[in-house]
Ligand binder design. Structure first.
Ligand code: FES
Ligand code: FES
Length: 172
């Protein structure tokens, strides 16, 4: 039995310690935001935040994230609501600025990679609330591997991150 803290909730899972976090999120906890792309930490489709940092869940053993704060795409709006100190009622109707910007900019094409793009964008904006184009490109192309989009939505992602930064600055 392994205890994980996912989107603010303690979850007990019955799985071997070396089970990839991605498998547990999707198969045991029914959190289908993270996607199985390459399975080799080379694309970013499976990304989640662990203690605020983007982690490739396809190569992360559950034993490595015990008692750490895991946030999936499904938990982004609650994460934002908590950061802004919103009431429970307000939180129910609140989108994370990254989600709102992605919708308003109509960023995805097929959508498969977009979980990782939004997780990466959230990590970036929490450390740099007003990134320029070069900083966005650097964030998405360094680290364990670049975040890959086969549909080529890279320009739209840059626009959406800048839009999200404006929404965040307004604080709602
Ligand atoms: S599926 Fe994890 S990085 Fe590609
Ligand atoms: S939107 Fe299709 S892979 Fe990125």
């Amino acid at each position: 039995m392994v205890t994980l803290i996912v989107n603010g909730v303690r979850r007990e899972v019955q799985a071997p310690n070396d089970t990839p976090l991605l498998y547990v999120l999707r198969n045991d906890l029914q959190l289908n935001g993270p996607q199985f792309g390459c399975g080799l930490a080379q694309c970013g489709a499976c990304s989640v935040l662990v203690e605020g940092k983007e982690v490739r869940s396809c190569v992360t053993a559950i034993s490595d994230v015990v008692n750490q704060e895991i946030t999936t795409l499904e938990g982004l709006s609650a994460r934002w609501a908590k950061q802004k100190g919103l009431s429970t009622e307000e939180a129910k109707s609140t989108l994370h600025p990254v989600q709102q910007a992605w919708i308003e900019e109509q960023t995805p094409q097929c959508g498969f990679c977009q979980n990782g793009m939004m997780i990466k964008a959230t990590e970036l904006l929490e450390s740099n609330p007003n990134p320029n184009t070069a900083q966005i490109k650097e964030a998405f192309t360094t680290g364990i591997s670049p975040n890959l989009c086969r549909c080529g939505t890279y320009v739209a992602i840059i626009d959406a991150i800048k839009h999200a930064a404006v929404i965040m600055a307004k604080g709602k």
